[in-house]
Design a protein around this ligand. Structure first.
Ligand SMILES: Cc1cc2nc3c(=O)[nH]c(=O)nc-3n(C[C@H](O)[C@H](O)[C@H](O)COP(=O)(O)O)c2cc1C
Length: 200
């Protein structure tokens, strides 16, 4: 197994971080990797808005919490869990990761979700290889229509024609990488034959 494959298999979500900012060089590398993720038609339409000022992150956390607790839109299963989590007074949407990287892209482009996900996945894998922890955070996706969120990000680079499609928190982990959950069966079919993906 080569180093890249080992890194991919090792990645886990990190929800506990050291109280230390992400180094400039490390952040630069993650963002460079995001820019080299594939985009449909090479549109390069996905963009990455970074927030690392602790005051802004605290302000954003307050807005997200209040918006989630007063959310009136359609609530899916995972979102319900996310809203319940926001009820805790100590709630922090990023688990106190020192850096937020939010992926935004034009809402009119049908590839935007895939383009942003490809960028964020690339960031998460590059992060493992650098000893940086990440966890996907979907709150901004759920709240992409929130006027308060859009106003907050208006001065942080969000354009009116763009939506949030996902985000990750990133920082140096305070936890060791846990074991991955068992992989569910039935997720691979080769030439119509269900497979566990292993060549025999
Ligand atoms: C689209 C998507 C949304 C997610 N949203 C959240 C989230 O809002 N909060 C969170 O703690 N984890 C979130 N996660 C992380 C998943 O819970 C995690 O990837 C999953 O439990 C598998 O664990 P692993 O990443 O350690 O392999 C999300 C992951 C994806 C791909």
């Amino acid at each position: 197994m080569n180093e890249v494959i080992r890194t991919i298999l090792k990645r886990r979500s990190i929800r506990s971080y050291r109280d230390e900012p992400l180094g400039n060089k490390d952040l630069e590398t993650l963002l460079l990797c995001a820019l080299y993720a594939p985009t449909g038609g090479n549109s390069q339409g996905s963009r990455f808005l970074v927030v690392r000022d602790p005051k802004l992150l605290t302000e954003l956390n307050t807005i997200i919490r209040e918006e989630l607790l007063s959310f009136t839109g359609e609530i899916s299963g995972m979102q319900g869990q996310g809203i319940r989590r926001a009820q805790a007074p100590a709630y922090h949407f990023l688990y106190h990761a020192p850096t937020l990287i939010a992926a935004v892209a034009p809402r009119a482009d049908k590839n935007s979700m895939a383009n942003c996900a490809a960028g964020l996945a690339t960031i998460m894998l590059a992060a493992v290889s650098l000893g940086i922890g990440t966890c996907w955070s979907n709150q901004l996706r759920w709240l992409t229509d929130s006027r308060r969120i859009r106003t907050f990000f208006g001065s942080l680079g969000l354009r009116e024609d763009e939506d949030f499609y996902g985000a990750v928190g990133a920082g140096y982990p305070a936890a060791v990488l846990g074991r991955a959950a068992e992989r569910r069966p039935g997720r691979i079919v080769i030439d119509g034959v269900p497979s566990d993906g292993k060549e025999r």
